[in-house]
Design a protein around this ligand. Structure first.
Ligand SMILES: C[S@@+](CC[C@H](N)C(=O)[O-])C[C@H]1O[C@@H](n2cnc3c(N)ncnc32)[C@H](O)[C@@H]1O
Length: 299
């Protein structure tokens, strides 16, 4: 399934990209937001796009070929395959100024779910990798070698899963028989471990455990805190930051950081409450259902 950018109009309105400005997209993904930003900053502007997943760039270039239109290859686009926590270093290395705007659209893209081959989705039978980067920690290592206590903590804290104990016990019992190698194997173990009417059958029982593993493996909360610490090194005065999160723990981090910066008179908030998707957007793009957008401007 092709990735549809979430809250696109709202993001652009808050980022307010102007002709000739310098923007950073910390989570390029399928480039949906980047494409619009690029249109607005024009040929005199500059876009620095980051994505940790090396397949993102390959995928984007393949799509460019299919559509016969250039995007990543434009002179005013620099793509960096790295963690967005390195943005401040890359600005120095490439002798770039502070930016007019920064976008973070957290988590993973629909493309990664459908064709990364890394086991992000419990709907596809793939090896348990779940790491965005090439040589990172894998879900296989966590599931097959971490202690019961550690696995339970991950599932409970990062998945907010109330059956974390049962799920962990089932994982430990199953891995004694044979290593748990694939997303289908793991999903089946989880489904068998929870009550039949789990969450009134509204979500697949594997959803929260898979989410927790992905967040843990990629240190997603730590990365978010690290980049929020760097905001003043990345953005110039009047620079705008917009962050879309999909998890309550992420949104809490963003909310608290921005509130503290506001109290220190370093930013003005562009959003009092998080912006959420309209029902029209949710019905055409279910992924937007849990999105929360917050923004601020440096003063
Ligand atoms: C939700 S998608 C972004 C979608 C994009 N805005 C679009 O409209 O196509 C998030 C992307 O961020 C990447 N990502 C996640 N954590 C990252 C990090 N710490 N540094 C760089 N990229 C990251 C993922 O690989 C994924 O491609």
């Amino acid at each position: 399934m092709a990735h549809i950018p979430v809250l696109l109009n709202e993001v652009i309105e808050l980022l307010n990209p102007k002709n000739g400005e310098f923007f950073i997209d910390g989570t390029f993904g399928a480039g949906g937001h980047s494409k619009k930003i690029l249109e607005m900053i024009g040929e005199k502007g500059l876009l620095l796009a980051f994505d940790w997943d090396p397949s993102t760039e390959l995928r984007a270039n393949k799509k460019v070929e299919e559509r016969n239109e250039s995007f990543l290859t434009k002179k005013n686009v620099i793509f960096v395959n790295d963690n967005f926590t390195r943005i401040k270093d890359v600005l120095q290395e490439k002798k770039l100024p502070k930016a007019d705007g920064l976008l973070l659209d957290l988590g993973f893209s629909s493309d990664q779910l459908s064709d990364s081959g890394k086991g992000f989705s419990f709907k596809k039978d793939e090896p348990l990798i779940m790491s965005y980067s090439e040589n990172g920690l894998t879900a296989y290592e966590v599931i097959n070698s971490y202690s019961e206590e550690d696995i339970e903590g991950i599932i409970k804290d990062l998945g907010e899963e109330r059956f974390s104990k049962r799920i962990t016990k089932a994982i430990i019992n199953n891995r004694k028989k044979e290593p748990i190698k694939t997303s289908f194997q793991l999903a089946k173990i989880i489904r068998n471990a929870v009550p039949g009417n789990y969450e009134r059958r509204r979500i697949d029982p594997a959803t929260r455990t898979f989410q927790a593993l992905r967040i843990f493996i990629n240190s997603e909360l730590e990365n978010l805190k690290a980049i929020l610490d760097d905001l003043e090194l990345i953005l110039k005065k009047e620079g705008r930051v917009v962050i879309i999160s999909f998890h309550s723990l992420e949104d809490r981090i963003v909310k608290n950081y921005l509130r503290n910066l506001k109290n220190e008179k370093k930013v003005e908030l562009l959003t009092r409450k998080p912006i959420i998707a309209s029902w029209q957007e949710v019905s055409s793009n279910p992924r937007s259902r849990s999105a929360k957008l917050r923004g601020a401007i440096l003063i």
